[in-house]
Design a protein around this ligand. Structure first.
Ligand SMILES: [Fe+2]
Length: 296
């Protein structure tokens, strides 16, 4: 498959552009995640108008670069699940057991458990070595990129490829350990590759499918205002008790891959647990995101 030149690697810290116009734009439209109803649609429409030339260009570039993949049937299935439920779990991803071990080993070579315990952050993001990063990107490109592009309106851009290590030592108020949406755009796609078996004792990634999430968001008029950034377990349980519904948990074997749209699916993770958790974490956004991406 031809390399998608339009997808560049953007480190987490570089997502915000340094250009003053972009900074002002991003600051203003950051508010979109706090809006609800007609005000949201109005502001969103304005943000699209501003970005329109970039959106059209990127759409054309992506459409021209995309080629029919070998695993069309598989990618179609994942895409169908994502469109329908906002998530898809793959038990046998295209990451070989050898490569998973290599990824695991190189993380602990860089960061020993002793060093990690000295860091104050509850979740630690560590970049990959150049060789590993190249290999990860080529696996994604070959096996998933066509579907990722289609899911993200043919406007995808790569935000982050990093290790994500959750210590799971404490619970924090108002953190991502409580139910929330990321609200960075209309759709976003996060890939969580299990670098070890994911069990209950690893503070598993927990989420609710997009349809039920939409119901809850509308029911509680959830928006990311400071007062209501997170939804309590109590409110979620109250709604789901009658329906005998239980949220999904990413409890799977090493090598499993979770695709999760954290803009459409309510989620949380990394709650205080017995053991830590290590993912390879890959994040894609779309050019319809509320903030202008670095690439413009
Ligand atoms: Fe989140």
């Amino acid at each position: 498959m031809k390399k998608l030149k339009n997808i560049s690697i953007v480190q987490r810290s570089h997502i915000e552009s340094k250009n003053i116009f972009f900074l002002l734009h991003n600051k203003f439209f950051n508010n979109l995640s706090k809006q609800f109803g007609y005000k949201f649609y109005f502001l969103f429409f304005i943000s699209i108008l501003i970005k329109l030339p970039g959106i059209i260009l990127h759409f054309i570039r992506t459409s021209l670069n995309i080629q029919k993949p070998k695993n069309t049937f598989f990618q179609k299935k994942v895409l169908r699940e994502l469109n329908e439920f906002g998530f898809s779990i793959i038990k046998n991803s295209y990451f070989s057991s050898n490569f998973l071990d290599k990824l695991n080993k190189s993380f602990y070579e860089k960061y020993s458990i002793k060093n990690i315990s000295k860091l104050s952050e509850p979740i630690i993001y560590v970049p990959l070595s150049k060789t590993n990063l190249k290999k990860v990107l080529s696996i994604i490109e070959k096996n998933y990129m066509s579907m990722i592009s289609k899911y993200l309106f043919m406007l995808p851009y790569l935000k982050t490829v990093t290790y994500m290590y959750s210590k799971n030592e404490s619970n924090f108020k108002n953190s991502s350990q409580h139910w929330h949406l990321d609200r960075v755009g209309l759709r976003t796609l996060k890939l969580f590759l299990a670098l070890h078996d994911q069990e209950e004792i690893n503070g598993p990634l927990t989420f609710i499918d997009s349809k039920r999430s939409e119901y809850l968001v509308n029911h509680y008029r959830y928006s990311k205002t400071n007062q209501f950034k997170r939804i309590s377990d109590k409110l979620i349980d109250k709604e789901f008790d009658n329906l005998k519904f239980k949220p999904s948990r990413f409890i799977e074997k090493k090598g499993s891959l979770a695709f999760l749209d954290t803009d459409r699916c309510l989620h949380y993770g990394s709650r205080k647990s017995l053991n830590p958790r290590l993912f390879l974490y890959i994040e894609f956004g779309s050019y319809l995101d509320f903030k202008i991406p670095f690439l413009f």
